[in-house]
Design a protein around this ligand. Structure first.
Ligand code: ADP
Length: 658
């Protein structure tokens, strides 16, 4: 390989000397010299032809000093390196030059043997530098190409999937058409998932897949991901087990990446295990690390393949007739995501016995007062290899839409209903009654739409649990069932279900019923809000508030406040304790029932009772204490803020009992 050397020195006699000393190298095509006798000369030469590997630069030159020229070289020749040439003993200048980025230096009078070694060393460095820059450019180019091409795939795929989804919303299709549409959708989604994985890999490689941590319960999160495979495991007749040595662990972690890693390992475990087998996931927490073990009793991986299974596109069975679908991307992605998060993946496997993947991932403790978003709960996927979040969850952001919980053990049907409702409502999904009950208690949806025949807890039992629990008893329940017999209908209504639809049901009918239920709820809410929230002094016939509030729950709350009426320490939290709910649950329930917060309910009640007491002739300051205001002037302010007059003004206006 040829090294191109630019010698910059005002000593002209150096030129023949160099050519003489290095004549063999020049003749062999290893060195090529160019000479410049001043700084200006050098700049011109570089401008003419920048193909230079090594610059030999004299420090002492009349026009531009070597140090000044050196400062310009990184811009002009970013991929070349400079060796300074200076008089013996000029250590100060040499130090400055080295600090400014010179690669090396030689002393005058020149020792040519030493110079040759220095030139070769510099040339080697330059060539390595160029190789790495080139490799990086190629990687970037590849990543960009990957990015572009994946987008090119994604757009038409979305344009296939969107109309299929719309077609599927039409309940009029016969079974064959519906089946074909579902097949198109399933395969389209699978393809989309593959493309998304490729895109993730490309992004990881280009370093453009950032770690985004948010707060959540790691154990619960993992349990939910495992649960999303329940349907597919049941279909394959596999036992799917989950265990953890810790009940819960609140922490900061990148849920999206955890989900991708787990889903890839779990879908493999299920894919490579046949009916009657077992797939188990366990969580172990040690300080700030979580160890996830995913074991199966499947076909196993022969020892000679184990070192390669994390390679991209690697598959143990590459025969055309292979029994398992796949692309060989999943494990590579899981491995690289784990590495990015600072974790490790290990695999142990015995053919025909089973495989165990052990993933160790770090979690970070939540800093005090951290205000980070909660991890979104994962939904049960129709197909475990379909990890893209559906429209239903995307809409969760719009908190003003009513919240519907759909419970259905047929994953395909669940996805179909969820998607059809997603535009109008926020939709949560569950695949069995037990899961539904958990979600309902946590999220307090406006309506639960539930299948009747389900594993774990059936629709009737679910209804009974919801309607007999004071936290959830206000939630409307719509039951869906294949049984059309009047007895089962009565059964459902007896448990307190609010409405009932027989399968195969008409989607429009479900929509209509939901709309009616929700508008009914809204009317009730407005009604109660008027009753509870109304502060305007009414004419003399006004009664104490509890009598006018029909809803049992609100009556109960009013009774509780009445008992604590003169207790100024009685707050929203105390009220939540009294009804055995968390403050979050109480707030949500009360807001849904009457559009009012617990604190405001207490305050409103106190002020309304104050009116009663004032009318009965109690003096203002006494009334203030009797309704739990520690400070009469604060009472007067609060009173005026809402009634636009002070208590005395109110009395003067002739509002006393006759
Ligand atoms: P894919 O599953 O799409 O082929 P992966 O990267 O997920 O690609 O897996 C690579 C290969 O590793 C699989 O093709 C399979 O041969 C093997 N493999 C992965 N997980 C298991 C498992 N749990 N049991 C048996 N073989 C497995």
């Amino acid at each position: 390989m040829k090294t191109r050397i630019l010698v910059v020195d005002d000593e002209v006699q150096l030129q023949p000397l160099m050519q003489q000393r290095f004549r063999h190298k020049i003749r062999a095509g290893e060195y090529e010299f160019r000479f410049a006798v001043s700084g200006h000369d050098a700049l011109e030469s570089i401008r003419e032809d920048a193909d230079i590997d090594v610059v030999l630069l004299d420090i002492n030159m009349p026009d531009i000093s070597g140090l000044a020229l050196l400062a310009q070289l990184p811009d002009l020749l970013p991929l070349s390196r400079t060796v300074m040439v200076s008089a013996y003993g000029d250590l100060n200048n040499i130090r400055v030059a080295m600090n400014r980025g010179a690669f090396d230096f030689v002393m005058k009078p020149i020792n040519f043997q030493d110079l040759e070694v220095t030139i070769d060393k510099t040339a080697r460095h330059v060539s390595q530098l160029r190789e790495s820059v080139h490799a990086k450019a190629v990687a970037e180019l590849k990543a960009r190409f990957f990015d572009n091409i994946t987008h090119e795939f994604r757009t038409p795929l979305s344009l296939i999937l969107a109309p299929v989804d719309t077609l599927l919303q039409n309940p009029q299709h016969d079974n064959r058409t519906r089946h074909s549409l579902l097949t198109i959708r399933r395969n389209g989604r699978q393809l989309l998932h593959l493309i998304n994985q490729l895109l993730d890999l490309a992004k990881l490689e280009a370093g453009s897949l950032p770690v985004i941590e948010s707060r959540g319960d790691v154990i619960l999160f993992v349990a939910q991901v495992v649960d999303s495979f329940r349907v597919i495991a049941d279909q394959k007749e596999l036992a799917l087990l989950f265990s953890s040595d810790t009940a819960g662990l609140e922490a900061l972690f990148d849920g999206d990446k955890w989900e991708k890693i787990l889903k890839n390992l779990l879908s493999n475990a299920i894919k490579f295990t046949s009916a009657g087998g077992r797939v188990s996931v366990s969580c172990q927490v040690q300080e700030d690390r979580v160890t996830l073990t995913i074991s199966d009793t499947g076909i196993g991986i022969p020892a000679e393949h184990l070192p390669h299974i994390f390679d991209r596109f690697y598959q143990v069975d590459t025969s055309l007739t292979r029994a398992y679908e796949g692309s060989g991307i999943g494990l590579a992605l899981a491995n690289e995501l784990t590495r990015q998060l600072g974790g490790t993946v290990l695999v142990e496997s015995v053919p025909a016995v089973g495989t165990t993947f052990t993933v160790e991932l770090p979690v970070h403790s939540i800093p005090e007062a951290a205000r980070v978003e909660e991890q979104q709960p994962v939904s049960a996927d129709a197909e475990p290899w379909l990890f893209t979040r559906g429209q239903a969850e995307a809409d969760e952001a719009d908190a003003t839409k009513p919240l519907i919980l759909l419970v259905e053990d047929n994953a395909e049907l669940l996805a179909f209903i969820a998607e059809s409702l997603a535009g109008t409502y926020r939709v949560l999904t569950a695949t069995n009654g037990r899961e539904a009950l958990d979600i309902a208690q946590r999220e307090l949806p406006d309506v639960v739409v539930s299948d009747v025949m389900m594993p774990e807890l059936d629709g009737y039992q679910l209804t009974r649990h919801l309607k007999n629990n004071p936290t959830t008893d206000h939630i409307c329940v719509v039951l869906l069932t294949a049984r059309s017999a009047a007895t089962s209908r009565r059964e459902g209504l007896a448990e307190g279900a609010d409405d009932y639809l027989t399968k195969p049901f008409d989607l429009d009918e479900l929509r209509l019923r939901l709309r009616n239920l929700i508008s009914h709820q809204e009317k009730l809410r407005e009604h109660y809000a008027r009753q509870v929230g109304s502060l305007a002094p009414t004419n003399g016939t006004d009664e104490a508030p509890p009598a006018t509030v029909q809803d049992a729950f609100l009556t109960k709350l009013n009774q509780i406040i009445e008992v604590h009426l003169d207790d100024s320490n009685f707050r929203a939290e105390s009220m939540a304790d009294e009804v055995a709910m968390s403050i979050r649950t109480l707030t949500r329930k009360l807001t849904m029932l009457a559009g009012i917060s617990p604190a405001r309910l207490i305050r409103t009640y106190r002020l309304r009772r104050a009116i009663d007491l004032l009318r009965q002739g109690h003096p203002v300051s006494e009334t203030a204490y009797m309704v739990g205001f520690e400070n009469p002037s604060y009472f007067t302010r609060a009173f005026k803020e809402i009634y636009q007059q002070t208590p005395s003004e109110y009395l003067m206006a002739g509002n006393r009992w006759p």
